[in-house]
Design a protein around this ligand. Sequence first.
Ligand code: ATP
Ligand code: MG
Ligand code: FE
Length: 341
Amino acid sequence: TIILGLESSCDETAAALVTADGRILAHRLATQEEAHRPYGGVVPEIAARAHVEALAPLIEAALKDADLTLDDVDVIAATAGPGLIGGVMVGLVTGKALAHAANKPLVAVNHLEGHALSPRLADPTLQFPYLLLLVSGGHCQLLHVRGPGDYARLATTIDDASGEAFDKTAKLLGLGYPGGPAVEKAAAKGDPKAVPLPRPLVGTAEPHFSFAGLKSAVMRAAQSGRYSTQDIAASFQQAVIDCLIDRTERQLAGVQDITALVVAGGVAANQSIRAALEALAAKHDLPFVAPPLWLCTDNAAMIAWAGAERHAAGLIDDLTVPARPRWPLDPSAEKARGAGV
Ligand code: ATP
Ligand code: MG
Ligand code: FE
């Protein structure tokens, strides 16, 4: 079984071909970083137009790389949300058109499920259920991952996402866009103990994350003129790590049945964060799984793979499936906390 995956929910346009047994036959990606850089963040209208231009050639290129035609594809998987609605619609409508024209089943993939299942593409031995720290540009959550379509959200951020905190810190420090890799690079040359910064919610009984106070403290440190950019970056990164580790360890004390500690999403590309989580897993005698860096940030291989997992579980969609700008993995948790988080 061969799955074509399409991704267009943010500022990466991507197409990939993956088999149901987890072989990546081709993956193509076009990033829009240059187009958005002058604005210091993603501009939705520019993103949507760029997806329209990039997607069809990427699909053709991926098919050519794999030496396949659309006829050889068995399943079409496209991101249907959450994300910037203009971009999501480009990928989803393209997926619907291909599915209709070639008479193949369509799987509408939740982008977060793409991130959440990507560790199983990277490591086929990873079994459900696992504890997942999902850290990306728009999200920071701890999830009990039980299977395709079956997630319990244990914690989320009450304000900024972790990637958002990296991006805002980069902007404050004049390190440019996208912020995560730039902050990581600057942090490598700084002292993580140089700047006193808060660790919001660490040690509290509630399970959630918070990064807004950290961002304000970074701003004050930068304005004080007392610290180097490298020291602020290193101290910020260490504060984020301390928050992520504390909140994750709090869950490890509660969940009994997990096979591994797993991290996914763009922020999981950060080497210091990976190392800290690996040490935490070792402390709790758990295997640690993190996808390779290219599979952490947005890509279509993870969408094709989520499509493979959902298709194998009989979860296919009809052509009326809508594009959804908001789409929680665990709707019951969303309802419990109320709107806005
Ligand atoms: P979401 O998946 O929540 O919809 P997104 O798709 O925009 O959001 P991803 O592509 O998964 O997010 O991740 C991008 C985020 O990851 C950005 O905020 C970026 O700064 C961050 N990031 C990427 N590389 C690193 C790194 N090395 N260190 C820290 N953060 C990083
Ligand atoms: Mg991106
Ligand atoms: Fe993402």
